[in-house]
Ligand binder design. Structure first.
Ligand code: SAM
Ligand code: SF4
Length: 340
């Protein structure tokens, strides 16, 4: 934490462009593989986490992010694991927000630490928050997360609203037979709190025995919600997999993140860096480039790191390859490793 770090000089290059002509402007940075929950769709019950020496230090996270921003990235989402269980996370966030060229620093969290940290996150320069919430029933919440406490997360959401982020969004993973009877209640919760909600189709990641029986499509969710709410198409886009709808007389939007049913790869603008410093150009592909060796061999000069990042874009796949029909997931990482 004490090592001095020089802010990178913004590059004069035309940015990070892959071989299919897509420009990368958005980095999803996982700062830990650890978490205080064990959601069934994300982690195994018994997880072995990485030793501390094998994950990027906060200074290394900042160095990597600084290189990306120097190469034209203007939006960073900090994620995990649970990013808010990482010690001194505010130290990093303040510095990420201050990188020259950064426009949007955003964060995804399970909400467990927000009561304590929401105001600090806002002061550090985080503009928007995604908070995961799959159910409004305490017992179900405990079952889905294995150890989570719903009341704590709801208090965290209140703290986030008090802190005054530009936008707060709920992320809900669609789970047939587990929370599909709550879709309307969850949307009503979002409307009552004047926040957005996005429904996510479950992705088969990691060797955690995904139960294909509980998969529920965004399309079916939308059809159900249409019976209660008027959904007006919106042109709002993040350049990613979410399609948004507005509801008259509310400020809330409903998003559907449907990697199986709607292909969004043509406009993909993002890459991911894991807590271990692996650069994954595509969430749905196993191709990755390790940045840690370059970072640790060249502790001050960022030239090699920048060229490793530029070269890595060469392996960005044209599209992802999730397949619910095959026996084993083709992508064998846990979501908590890659940062959802
Ligand atoms: N711990 C934080 C959280 O839960 O919000 C951030 C990391 S989590 C990996 C990011 C997002 O990925 C969460 O919204 C979570 O619900 C989602 N997620 C995890 N595993 C998933 C899976 N197999 N399919 C779809 N979404 C998943
Ligand atoms: Fe933790 Fe988020 Fe994964 Fe749940 S989805 S286990 S909260 S990292």
């Amino acid at each position: 934490m004490d090592a001095p770090y020089r802010l990178p000089v913004p590059s004069s290059s035309t940015g990070l462009i892959d071989k299919f002509g897509r420009q990368v402007t958005y980095l999803r940075l996982s700062i830990t593989d650890r978490c205080d929950f064990r959601c069934h769709y994300c982690m195994a019950e018994e997880m072995s986490f990485l030793p501390r020496a094998e994950i990027l230090t906060l200074e290394e996270c900042l160095r990597v992010a600084g290189c990306f921003v120097g190469l034209g990235v203007n939006k960073i989402r900090v994620t995990g694991g649970e990013p808010l269980v990482r010690q001194n996370v505010l130290w990093l966030l303040e510095r990420l927000a201050a990188l020259p060229g950064m426009q949007e620093l955003v964060l995804t969290t399970n909400g467990s630490q927000l009561e304590r940290l929401a105001a600090g996150l806002r002061d550090a320069g985080v503009k928007r928050l995604n908070i995961s919430l799959d159910t409004l029933h305490a017992e179900r919440f405990r079952q889905i997360t294995r150890i989570g406490n719903l009341a704590q997360v709801l208090r965290g959401i209140d703290a986030a609203l008090t802190a005054g982020f530009e936008r707060v969004k709920i992320n809900t993973v669609l789970l047939r037979g587990i929370n599909d009877d709550e879709l309307i209640d969850l949307v009503q919760f979002a409307i009552d709190h004047a926040i957005d909600i996005a429904f996510i189709e479950q992705m088969p990641l990691g060797e955690i025995g995904h139960d294909r029986q509980d998969w529920f499509s965004g399309e079916e969710a939308m059809n159900r919600l249409r019976q209660r709410f008027t959904l007006l198409p919106s042109t709002d886009t993040t350049g990613g997999p979410a399609r948004y709808w507005r509801m008259p007389e509310t400020t809330s939007r409903i998003g559907f993140i449907s990697p199986h049913t709607h292909n969004f790869c043509d406009t993909c603008n993002r890459v991911r860096v894991t807590a271990r410093g692996e650069l994954y150009p595509c969430l749905g592909d196993n191709g990755a480039v390790p940045l840690m060796p370059v970072l640790r061999q060249q502790s001050t000069d960022d030239a090699l790191l920048r060229s490793a990042i530029v070269d890595a874009l060469g392996i960005k796949a044209r599209g992802h390859d999730f397949n619910l029909q095959i026996d084993r997931p083709r992508v064998v990482r846990f979501m908590s490793m890659t940062g959802g």
